[in-house]
Design a protein around this ligand. Structure first.
Ligand code: TA6
Length: 291
């Protein structure tokens, strides 16, 4: 393994891949293939938000960074006893390979290891591979391969928590004129007309949009760019104070104010059918422009 990478033991038996190259630092929990930290060395601030009381426990999702939602986004379509956002983010993954790229970035490839419990929840066999490239930008590619003889449908997403100065000091652009389903307004649908600003809890699923999005932060003097490919949905979420405090792992009193979730996804009418022996990849790339 090259010198830019270390595999270390963390709390509660979780293992992490620590990356420190010429361009950035990052950390990936093997449970969930969960990037919980990434920071370009050129950035004045962290880019991903991580709760100060995130739970690092087997079988629990880490609150912050890039949780992988797969093979369903949100509640399971038919069985409410299955975990929200699928099991990929709470089960073990395996480091398949690492490579130091010529441009200084580090490429990590991980494979999900289905547990007996997971196999019970799925009626098909599959392979799930995550490729992460840690550099001046953070690139993620989640590839699903259908190893069975019949098609199956998935919904999926990178449930990414971005670090911001304050939820009322940012705006999100790129989703103007996109249709949305509003989860806090009885799933009513609408069309986004303006850049998104936040004055209260916000939970909208934008569908049929492949647009790149931007988090404009006037206090941190930066724009975070979220590029995506093979993704036709984008989810935008802030829990606001009441829900944040009720969740128990959203950190201190006002820590929720310094995060926003901007999620590259495929769900609702953008769910993906994967045909036998074929693959589907959803990718996203994060970069920061400071001014
Ligand atoms: O993506 C937004 C959302 O679906 C919200 O409705 C909220 O449930 C959030 O995800 C957090 O979900 P989690 O299971 O990680 O607590």
């Amino acid at each position: 393994m090259n010198k830019e990478i270390k595999v270390v033991d963390g709390e509660n038996g979780l293992q992490f891949i620590e990356i420190d190259n010429s361009l950035a630092v990052a950390r990936i929990a093997l449970q969930g293939a969960h990037v919980d930290w990434w920071r370009p060395k050129s950035s004045k601030q962290d880019v991903l938000w991580l709760s100060s009381n995130a739970r690092y426990q087997k079988g629990r999702s880490i609150r912050g960074g890039v949780p992988i939602c797969w093979p369903w986004f949100g509640k399971h379509p038919t069985d409410g006893s299955f975990c929200v956002h699928g099991f990929a983010r709470v089960i073990p993954w395996k480091l398949l390979e690492s490579e130091q790229l010529k441009n200084g970035a580090t490429k990590i490839v991980l494979k999900m290891l289905p547990t007996d419990e997971v196999i019970k929840q799925l009626t098909y066999s599959f392979e799930l591979i995550l490729t992460v490239v840690v550099g001046e930008s953070l690139y993620l590619n989640l590839k699903t391969t259908n190893l069975s003889d019949s098609p199956f449908v998935i919904s999926e997403g990178y449930h990414t928590y971005f670090y911001i100065s304050d939820i009322e000091k940012i705006k999100i652009t790129g989703l103007e004129n996109s249709s949305y389903t509003d989860k806090i307004d009885n799933f009513n649908r609408g069309i986004e007309e303006e850049p998104i600003i936040f004055k209260n809890e916000f939970d909208r699923v934008y569908t049929n949009t492949s647009n790149d999005c931007y988090i404009e932060d006037e206090i941190f003097n930066r724009v975070i760019t979220v590029k995506k490919s093979n993704s036709n949905s984008t989810v935008v979420w802030t829990p606001w104070q009441k829900k944040a405090l009720a969740m128990g792992d959203m950190g201190g009193k006002d820590e929720w104010r310094r995060m926003v979730c901007l999620e590259t996804a495929n769900l609702l009418e953008n769910s993906v059918v994967i045909y036998p022996k074929l693959s589907h990849s959803i990718a996203t790339e994060y970069s920061v422009q400071e001014y």
